[in-house]
Design a protein around this ligand. Structure first.
Ligand code: ADP
Ligand code: ASP
Ligand code: MG
Length: 428
């Protein structure tokens, strides 16, 4: 059994959906097919929620656009009774969605749970549509809503899934249901209170990896719009090259630092069961792509370079921190209690300062909470108010073998220096 996942651009129009179906058809083992929302739909859903919350009627225009995108595909690829029932299914979802948005519009408020349930409609629409097209093309496919199978903790941030509960539900379902192809939505889940939740933006990759883990799949294929994991973002770096083979830890590091071709939490469930992940291009299916596995390769020392933009650096410093245990723990706990993701940490060896890289969207909240938590120390002049530097980027050089090779960082700093790029913080 294998798990295959198609991203938003792979299902963005009727021509691409036909490509997807011919890839599915070419498989001769049972397949779980995980599908993302049609490209751009999750953003439209989010924008619609924002407009509704602000009391702007234009929220409805976004939903009309989503409906139109699906209708164009339905009209192009379906006919007869399959077409009719696909339109009905879509209309049912759209009217459910409109009800939720009307509520948001009326009360001018959107809770985390409401946000999640709105975003999930993208995948709920796309998996139903893909299933109808498969049936129209005489492909022996079933469908199942993964909102009923994947469970997250409600009290924490979305992307933390409850492995044991999910495993129980998935095993139980697959024991009772046999199939050649099973089409499921990526991204969506439910929380422990049985309400819609999801696995975070980009989370369809994680849905696929989680299912591959629980079902002991032979492999996981992630089909996207580029021919694999590249040495750098191919849309920005002209001479970036596809990496044919890469270890789990290298892929994890590259994706953590911005290579969005794979959602970082995806790697872990596959690593646990040693399931190889292949990244393939829906538009050029014959290209080999990248295989992510535990195999260490002999080639280059530096496997790739990735980067994240819109980073802010928070620096906490003061003579009161020297030799006093607990400052870092206290700082990190303020951030985690406020759901602020720490991307990078460095600490001066004098213990006089600690510097943390976070997303700029979190910086105001972080600043206020840190200054609040350290109020007494700041008042007693033991430490200074947290210092903020915005508009930074993190650049990561990744390779399993770098740690045993001298001269790599020298070369990196020389290159940055020669190009007048100032280094604010380093972490190895
Ligand atoms: P999907 O919708 O299929 O999930 P994503 O947009 O999430 O696709 O991921 C694919 C994109 O990741 C590529 O179009 C590319 O712009 C970006 N990307 C960033 N870094 C890399 C990299 N190192 N290798 C490949 N793609 C990368
Ligand atoms: N549709 C969701 C997003 O745009 C999940 C995904 O595509 O993986 O983030
Ligand atoms: Mg993605």
């Amino acid at each position: 059994m294998i798990v295959i996942k198609f991203g938003g651009s792979s299902v963005s129009n009727s021509k691409n959906i036909e490509r997807v179906l011919s890839i599915i058809k070419s498989k001769n083992t049972p397949c779980v097919v995980v599908v993302s929302a049609i490209g751009g739909v999750t953003n439209l859903l989010n924008e619609s929620g924002v407009h509704a919350e602000k009391g702007k009627k234009s929220y409805l225009n976004k939903i009309d656009l989503i409906e139109e995108k699906h209708l164009i595909i339905i009209k192009k690829l379906l006919s007869g009774s399959i077409k009719e029932s696909a339109i009905n299914d879509m209309k049912k979802l759209i009217s459910e969605l409109k009800k939720i948005l009307k509520g948001v519009f009326m009360i001018g408020e959107r809770s985390i749970q409401t946000k999640d349930s709105i975003l999930n409609f993208g995948e709920l629409l796309s998996y139903q549509l893909l299933h109808s097209v498969a049936i129209q093309k005489n492909i022996d496919a079933k469908k199942k809503n993964t909102e009923e199978l994947i469970v997250t903790y409600s009290e924490k941030k979305n992307l933390i899934f409850d492995y044991e509960k999910t495993k129980f539900l998935v095993k139980n379902y697959f024991k009772k249901n046999k199939f050649k192809f099973l089409i499921v939505p990526g991204f969506v889940s439910k929380n422990s209170k049985n309400k819609p939740s999801n696995l975070g933006r980009g989370g369809s990759d994680l849905t696929a990896s989680l299912l591959a883990n629980i079902l002991d799949a032979d492999k996981l294929e992630i089909w996207t719009d580029v021919s694999g994991m590249y040495t750098a973002n191919p849309n920005l770096v002209k001479n970036a090259k596809v990496i044919p083979e890469i270890s789990y830890s290298e892929a994890m590091e590259l994706s953590h630092f911005g290579a969005k071709v794979i959602y970082p939490p995806t790697i872990q469930p596959s690593t646990k069961k040693n399931i190889p992940i292949t990244i393939k291009n829906t538009f050029f299916p014959n290209e080999k792509g990248t295989v992510i596995s535990k195999k260490k390769t002999k080639e280059s020392i530096v496997r790739g370079i990735s980067h994240i933009e819109n980073i802010s650096l928070l620096t906490l410093e003061g003579s009161g921190m020297i030799g006093v245990p607990g400052y870092s723990q206290k700082l990190l706990s303020v951030l985690s209690q406020n759901n602020i993701n720490v991307i990078m940490i460095t600490q001066a060896s004098s213990e006089h300062s600690i510097c943390i890289g976070i997303n700029s969207s979190d910086v105001e909240l972080a600043k206020n909470k840190i200054n609040e938590r350290f109020l007494l120390e700041i008042k007693s002049n033991l430490i200074n108010k947290v210092k903020i530097e915005k508009n930074k980027s993190i650049i990561a050089l990744v390779g399993d073998k770098m740690k045993n090779r001298q001269g790599i960082s020298g070369k990196m700093f020389l290159t940055l220096g020669n190009n007048n790029i100032n280094v604010k913080a380093i972490s190895q």
